[in-house]
Write a protein of this length. Structure first.
Length: 82
């Protein structure tokens, strides 16, 4: 898993359907889930309440612009990872 995480260019998206009472609750559940997995820089990129719950897509940023990209350090950008 650690090897794969070093190859992520920018962010990891996770989408699921939470059984909850409103969109705000679904957003809070996704934010809490991503943070419980150890991600600190998280966002909600989509949320829509439908019937018994909310479909939510959360984004955990691994790298922001100008960060020290792990995939550059591993040589993948130069074609060495093939």
């Amino acid at each position: 898993m650690q090897e794969a995480a070093r190859q992520i260019m920018d962010a990891l998206d996770v989408e699921t359907f939470f059984v909850c009472s409103c969109e705000a609750e679904g957003r809070n559940l996704m934010t809490g889930l991503l943070k419980s997995w150890g991600f600190r820089d998280v966002d909600i990129v989509y949320a829509r309440h439908e019937g018994p719950g909310t479909r939510v897509r959360g984004r955990a940023y691994i790298h922001r612009p100008s960060d020290a990209y792990g995939w550059l350090q591993s040589g993948v950008a130069q074609g060495e990872g093939k």
